[in-house]
Design a protein around this ligand. Sequence first.
Ligand SMILES: NC(=O)c1ccc[n+]([C@@H]2O[C@H](COP(=O)([O-])OP(=O)(O)OC[C@H]3O[C@@H](n4cnc5c(N)ncnc54)[C@H](OP(=O)(O)O)[C@@H]3O)[C@@H](O)[C@H]2O)c1
Length: 408
Amino acid sequence: MNICVVGVNHKTAPLAIRGKIGISSHRLQEALLLLHNYVSAGIILSTCNRLEVYALADSSDLVNFLSARADLSCSELLPYTYTYHNEEAIKHLFKTASGLDSMIIGEFEILGQVRRALEEAEKTHPLSLLLLNLFRQAVRVGRRVRHETGISRSALSVSSVAVDLATRVIGNIGYSQVLVIGTGEAGRLAAKAIRERGSSQITVAGRSEERASTLAAMLGGRSIPMNNLKYELSISDIVISCTGAPHAILKAPIVEEAMSARPKRPLVIIDIAVPKDVEPEVKQIGNVFLYDLDDLTHVSELNTQQRQSELTNAMEIVDEEVERFASWWQALEAKSNISALVEKAENIRQSQLTLTLKKLPRLSDEERANIETMTMSMMQKILHEPIQYLKKNKEGSQIINELFGLKK
Ligand SMILES: NC(=O)c1ccc[n+]([C@@H]2O[C@H](COP(=O)([O-])OP(=O)(O)OC[C@H]3O[C@@H](n4cnc5c(N)ncnc54)[C@H](OP(=O)(O)O)[C@@H]3O)[C@@H](O)[C@H]2O)c1
C-alpha cells in the first residue's frame, strides 16, 4: 500500500490560486463525495493556507481530483502542488499537525483542523485502518510536540497576527474602533486578540444575527447585520475581514462612500479570508490601507526565527514518531502478507491432499492422518523462512508477493 499526499499551501501557491483550490468547511462533504470517484477513500485537510488530500492511491488520482474540483487543467495545477509518499507523507502530516509547516509556526488551530478533517472523512466513507491511525497519530503527535517543546509558547494565530499588523500601522489600538466581519473561528480569534491588545470598541458583523450578537456579547461589543456595513465602515479605524464567502463581500463603491464621510481619517483593512473578502480596487481609495493574508508573511517569518531552537526539538520528536508509525505499519503489512501467504499454501495443500487421497481409497484412518500431518509439516517448514523474512524486512512484502504470486 502506498500512502500519498498531494497538496497546495502558502509556500507553493499564491493567494489567488489557494482561493481557487480551497474548499470551505460547508462544501467539504461534497468534495469528499467527489474524491470517492477517484480513490476508494481519502481525507481532505483544508485550511486557509493549505489544501491537502491523503489517500492510499497513486498521486495521479489525487491530482486528477484536485484539478476537476478546482476547474484547472493538471498542467495549470501541477506547478503549485507538492507530493509525498509513504514515510515522507507521514512526516509531512506529523509536521503539519504540530504547527511546524504553518505560516504561523506553533499555531494551535491546525491541530483542530487535522482532527476535523478525519471526522469529516469518516462521515463519508469507511477509512482503512492505515489512514485512520495515521490521522489519529498525527493529532497525538501534534499534542506531544506542543506539550514537550516550547513551539507553541504564547502561540499566535493568523487572526492575532492580523491584529498585530493593524497595531503596527495604527499604533496604540486602545482607542480604535474595530470592525470584525465574520463570526467563525477566525472572527472569534481576531476579536479575542483585539480585546487582549486593549481595544474595547469592537463591532461584529455576521450573516447570522444570533452568532454575531453572541460573539459581541462575549467581548462587550456591538453586533450589526451584514447589510449595515457602510455606516460601520464610516466610523471604523480597523477592519478585520474573515468570512467563508466564495466572493468579495466588501466592494469598492461601499468603501469609497464610507470614506467620503471621513476622508482624512485612515482606515486599515486586513483581509485574511481565502478567497479574499475585499475587492482589490479598495486599495486605490485614499487613506485606505488594505492588507491580505500574504502580507502577514513578514510577521510570520519573525515568529519562525524566534522559535528556531524549539523547531529542532520539535523535529526530533516528529522523526521519532515517524519511525514508530512506520514500524507499526510494517508489522501491519507483514501480518496481512503472512495471512495471504499461509492462506495460499493451505489452499494448495488441501486441494492436493484431496486429489491424492481420492487415488488411495484403501488407506486406513491412521495412514490418512499421517499423510495429512506430513503435508502440514512440509508446509510449515517451507513457509518458516519467508515468514521470518516478512517479519524482519521492511521491503519484504513486495519480494514475497512476487515470488509467491500473491495479490497486492
Ligand atoms: N480559522 C482560522 O484560523 C483562519 C485563519 C486565517 C484565515 N482564515 C480564513 O478566514 C475565513 C473564515 O474561516 P473560519 O475558520 O472562521 O471559517 P468558519 O468557522 O467556517 O466561519 C465562516 C464565517 O463566514 C461566514 N460566511 C460564510 N459564507 C458567507 C457568505 N457568503 N457571506 C457572508 N458570510 C459568510 C459564516 O457565516 P455563518 O456562520 O452564517 O455560516 C461564518 O461566520 C476563511 O476564508 C478562512 O480561509 C481562517
